[in-house]
Design a binder for this molecule. Structure first.
Ligand code: GDP
Ligand code: MG
Length: 163
């Protein structure tokens, strides 16, 4: 049984892009659990001596953010059951939203280790978002560009003590 790491974050921060980047073409399966976790995708990641499963959660993309938090919280809590860790992804360009802050608060109250991932950092763009992210109280962020594959070595380093 491989350790599992869950990707968490509000819609459009780049969770699925990161999932695809980590899994490459070896996409494993789609597992629908209506009412609890919709469109949960699980993929195997192997790099050097690390082997783990990564879980992408989705299904809220088309909904109004104002009504999301309660239902997203259920999904988030369900997805963390049995997981060794979480990647909490935020969007460095959009800046922190109230939903990011709420998810950050839930995650701080969970027992699993959380790696704060600031996505969409390309060149200078996104630097303000990195600085802002410290206010979530989740430690030092890992800056990445999931789309361009930047920051992946730092991300693996942050995951090493977890998986
Ligand atoms: P999800 O809803 O969190 O799964 O987000 P997606 O992976 O679907 O990405 C949402 C949007 O952000 C898409 O238009 C992506 O192309 C874009 N995106 C994802 N990662 C990056 C990144 O590293 N840099 C930039 N500039 N855009 C990104
Ligand atoms: Mg997605």
């Amino acid at each position: 049984v491989l350790p599992q790491v869950v990707i968490i974050g509000r819609p459009n921060v780049g969770k699925s892009t990161l999932f695809n980047r980590l899994v490459g073409r070896k996409l494993a399966l789609v597992d629908d659990q209506p009412g609890v976790t919709r469109d949960r995708r699980i993929g195997d990641v192997s790099l050097a001596r690390m082997r783990f499963q990564i879980i992408d959660t989705a299904g809220w993309e088309d909904e109004d953010e104002a009504t999301l938090p309660g239902r997203m919280r259920n999904q988030t809590e369900a997805s963390l059951v049995g997981a060794q860790g979480a990647l909490f992804v935020i969007d460095s360009r959009a800046g922190l939203t109230p939903l990011d802050e709420e998810i950050g608060r839930w995650l701080r109250a969970q027992k699993v280790p959380v790696v704060l991932v600031v996505n969409k950092v390309e060149g200078r763009s996104g630097q303000d978002g990195i600085i802002e992210s410290y206010s979530l109280g989740l430690g030092e962020p890992v800056a990445i560009s999931a789309e361009h594959g930047e920051g992946m070595a730092d991300l693996f380093e942050a995951l090493q003590p977890i998986v």
